[in-house]
Ligand binder design. Structure first.
Ligand code: APR
Length: 320
């Protein structure tokens, strides 16, 4: 059987890291696409030359021609511009919306059967726009945010408790931004919910609140440290986990920006929720009951995403 074909749209920091991970994990053959001639070709060749050392069998090709993504099984989109210090993800809206239009049309024409994972920010609005421009089924277009946000949460929690991050699970809901909702009562160490760990004296409520806030600000913390660009290792590895679940029909339960129609009181809207990812794409939305406070935080997050979607419609009238 032929290897799966993985098209990476955008060959910058995240795109290059995605290509490297996809090759090392032998998820399939990689097409790295960018408008900047030379970058995708150079990165592809560099990674391919690591193959004999790593011992992976995957072919890599860099291109500036959408025809090369034809028949891709998975497309991961990072095309666009990242944040600079002092910018919010929302500041990227206008410029990245134009990029989503070009990318959506490229995917529509060349890879209409692909499972599409968007990483470009502001994430929840961009994945909605990308779905509109590409015309693909909603279940085949999603955004990577929740896996990254919960990985950041898990990292901080494992550090605080001095336990293996393998035994820490975390649960986040809502948009990928300052209003994201880390749910402490569904986040655990070896199955023990965080509020119980506070009662057990493992940490204090104040420290937990600080970790929740640090998780919300996780992207900005990296932007501030790098001084030029935004996070790429953890975002790339998070998207690869989603792609792997699709390609291997693993049916992992992963939080991501998915189209929610009916659950959580939403009627056809992209926002971060727990999902099941398998061969059908987003196969299921996992709906949990929320407390009054959690619902209020979720509603605020949805409201923030709605504002960005409306702004997109104002910029590009074809989206209206
Ligand atoms: N089509 C294809 N590629 C494009 C296009 C386009 N229309 N416009 C820009 N690009 C390419 C750039 O040439 C660049 O190589 O997208 C790449 C973006 O790479 P980086 O600037 O290194 O950004 P990166 O850190 O990878 O982040 C990309 O993901 O997390 C988000 O906020 C982040 O929106 C940003 C995106």
């Amino acid at each position: 059987m032929a290897r799966p074909k993985i098209a990476l749209i955008g060959a910058g920091q995240i795109g290059g890291t995605l290509a490297h991970l996809a090759a090392i994990k032998e998820l399939g053959d990689v097409i790295l696409f960018d408008i900047q001639d030379g970058t995708p070709q150079g990165k592809s060749l560099d990674i391919a030359e690591s193959g004999p050392v790593e011992g992976f069998d995957a072919s890599l090709k860099g291109t500036t021609d959408y025809a090369d993504i034809a028949g891709a099984d998975v497309c991961i989109v990072t095309a666009g511009v990242p944040r600079k210090p002092g910018m919010s993800r929302d500041d990227l809206l206008g410029i990245n919306l134009k990029v989503m239009k070009a990318v959506g049309e490229g995917i529509r024409a060349n890879a209409p059967d692909a499972f599409v994972i968007c990483i470009t920010n502001p994430l929840d609005a961009m994945v909605w726009a990308l779905r509109e421009f590409s015309g693909l089924p909603h279940a085949k277009v999603c955004g990577m945010a929740g896996v990254l946000d919960s990985a950041r949460f898990r990292h901080f929690l494992a550090d605080e408790f001095g336990v293996s991050m393998k035994d820490v699970t975390a649960f986040v809901l809502g948009g990928h931004g300052d209003t994201m909702v880390p749910l402490t009562r569904y986040s655990t160490v070896a199955g023990i919910p965080l509020p119980d760990l506070v009662k057990m004296g493992w940490t204090t409520q104040e420290k937990l609140d600080a970790i929740v806030q640090r998780t919300r600000d996780g992207g900005a913390e990296i932007v501030g440290l790098l001084g030029n660009g935004s996070a790429y290792y953890a975002p790339a590895t998070s998207a690869i986990q989603m792609a792997e679940s699709y390609l291997k029909d693993q049916k992992r339960v992963l939080p991501c920006a998915a189209y929610v129609d009916g659950a959580y009181g939403l009627n056809g809207f992209y926002v971060g929720v727990p999902t099941v990812i398998g061969a059908g794409g987003i196969e299921r939305i996992v709906e949990i009951s929320l407390s009054k406070d959690e619902q209020a935080m979720f509603d605020k997050s949805v409201g923030a995403v709605k504002g960005l979607v409306e702004a997109c419609k104002g910029i590009d009238e074809s989206l209206g």
